[in-house]
Design a protein around this ligand. Structure first.
Ligand SMILES: Cc1cc2nc3c(=O)[nH]c(=O)nc-3n(C[C@H](O)[C@H](O)[C@H](O)COP(=O)(O)O)c2cc1C
Length: 453
């Protein structure tokens, strides 16, 4: 029997995201800075049976050399962008089933403050929060805005991320014993000091000596997601990630990525299905194939090439506008997003810059599905059966709920009919919902070694 899939909505607190098509006639993102805009989206996704709303994070913005290309500000290429962490409690109060993924960067953040923010959100959402652990794209902006002296080299960012997680586990898993909170008025004992432990960490990047004053939340460690598939990124995912986002357009490539990620989990003493793998997809659906193709063509013609190139530059560190159109990127290296650049360096023949620009209009990464509801469902089912993906992250296309409504109304019923979606939407904590083995980190996860027995 075909397995049931997970669905997430891929968003950022910005008026213009992956497709760069905020000015398409369909879609309205003018309310992106308001709580009401996201509440409306959360309500509709929740009612439709989505598992989560995913918020990407861009601390910086696309930069070329020392400055921001004009197109970034004029055409709103990840600029403006707001803080994703602050929106979640307002949304958790609006819907009581949908989960939330918040992206936070181990290159930019500080472990103690990050841990405390996630513990607070895990309490407020009753365990419906997940952390998308990134080492960050947009490195140049990040350096300039955070006062770092220089870009931390790519693999070193993953070393820092590993230590960041190690310290976070000490705080989340090791600071409080399960029965430390007594809450006894008669003895004036809120918590048993013998069961609240001092944490010491003296590492290469971080130092901490003290107590963790945030009480244990439902999941303790939020469900851990990861989305970098460079070799350092995959090694990191194999150790820690409970869900990985991939962006493979080609089904055989997706199958290879999934096999590799599951094998890495197994090599780390975890089971192959202890990690859920979701491909990001851009969907345009209509009643007939002709209408869908016309709608896709219209969407593709909406953004400028400069805007598409600027978004790619922010994510990969490579400025396509500086290359000749008939050049390839085969020899190019980057200290920014290696998996993003790597997508255009695979195979015998690397695509030319002109071909890359055509391929990244309105969707840089994963499969672009265009067709009738049945055709879209067929293609999603094929990715599940052939590539063994566990679900899909639906990419921003038109902006606002116009990205999702046709998919919800026409494709989701087909998926449900085929048994690919559950009859009743899943609920519970993010971890139990995705992995089905309880709210807490499984014993096989390295974070669990920090637990006090
Ligand atoms: C679906 C998806 C979502 C991502 N979201 C973010 C994000 O919100 N913020 C960010 O800085 N990087 C994001 N990334 C990038 C990475 O997680 C990673 O930090 C970056 O690709 C550099 O690592 P790499 O060289 O291993 O790819 C995302 C990647 C994917 C595939």
């Amino acid at each position: 029997m075909t397995k049931q899939i997970f669905l997430g909505a891929f968003e950022e607190l910005t008026p213009n995201f992956i497709s760069n098509a905020w000015h398409h006639e369909k879609g309205d993102t003018s309310g992106f800075a308001t709580l009401e805009y996201w509440q409306e989206m959360a309500r509709e996704l929740d009612a439709a049976g989505f598992d989560f709303l995913f918020f990407a994070e861009a601390i910086g913005y696309p930069m070329s050399g020392d400055d921001v290309p004009e197109v970034v500000i004029r055409e709103a290429v990840q600029f403006p962008v707001h803080d994703p962490m602050t929106i979640v409690s307002g949304l958790a109060a609006t819907v009581d089933r949908l989960g939330f993924v918040v992206t936070a960067s181990t290159t930019a953040q500080q472990p103690y403050l990050n841990a405390r923010a996630f513990t607070t959100l895990d309490h407020l959402t009753k365990g419906r929060v997940a952390w998308n652990v990134v080492t960050s794209d947009n490195q140049v902006g990040l350096v300039k805005l955070l006062g770092q002296r220089e870009v931390t080299p790519h693999d070193e960012r993953y070393r820092r991320a590993t230590e960041f997680l190690d310290l976070s586990f000490k705080l989340w898993e090791g600071a409080w014993e399960d029965d430390a909170i007594v809450n006894d008025k008669a003895t004036r004992t809120f918590a048993d000091p013998a069961k609240v432990h001092r944490i010491r960490h003296d590492g290469e990047y971080f130092h901490l000596d003290g107590y963790y004053p945030a009480t244990p939340s439902v999941q303790r460690t939020p469900l851990l997601l990861q989305a970098g598939t460079s070799s350092a990124g995959r090694a990191f995912a194999g150790r820690f990630a409970e869900c990985v986002f991939i962006q493979d357009r080609d089904i055989d490539q997706a199958a290879a990525t999934v096999r590799d990620l599951r094998a890495r989990a197994v090599a780390n003493g975890r089971s192959a299905d202890s990690v859920r793998i979701m491909d990001a997809v851009s969907i345009v659906v209509a009643d007939t194939e002709e209408e869908a193709l016309a709608a896709r063509a219209m969407l593709d013609s909406t953004p400028s090439r400069e805007a598409a190139a600027a978004l790619f530059m922010g994510w990969s560190g490579v400025d396509l506008m500086k290359f000749d159109l008939d050049q390839t990127l085969a020899e190019v290296t980057t200290e920014v997003g290696q998996s993003m650049l790597g997508m255009f360096q695979r195979g015998e023949e690397s695509p030319t810059v002109a071909e890359i620009l055509d391929r990244i209009t309105t969707s840089i990464g994963g499969p672009r599905l265009t067709g009738t509801p049945e055709q879209i469902a067929d293609e999603m089912q094929r990715f599940v059966e052939v590539a063994d993906v566990d679900g899909f992250l639906i990419e921003y296309t038109y902006g606002g709920m116009d990205t999702y409504r046709d998919f919800i109304d026409t494709v989701m019923p087909v998926l449900r009919q085929r048994g690919l979606l559950p009859e009743t939407p899943r609920g519970g904590t993010m971890r139990d919902r995705l992995l089905g083995a309880g709210d807490r980190l499984p014993d096989s996860h390295p974070g669990a070694t920090h637990r006090r027995r």
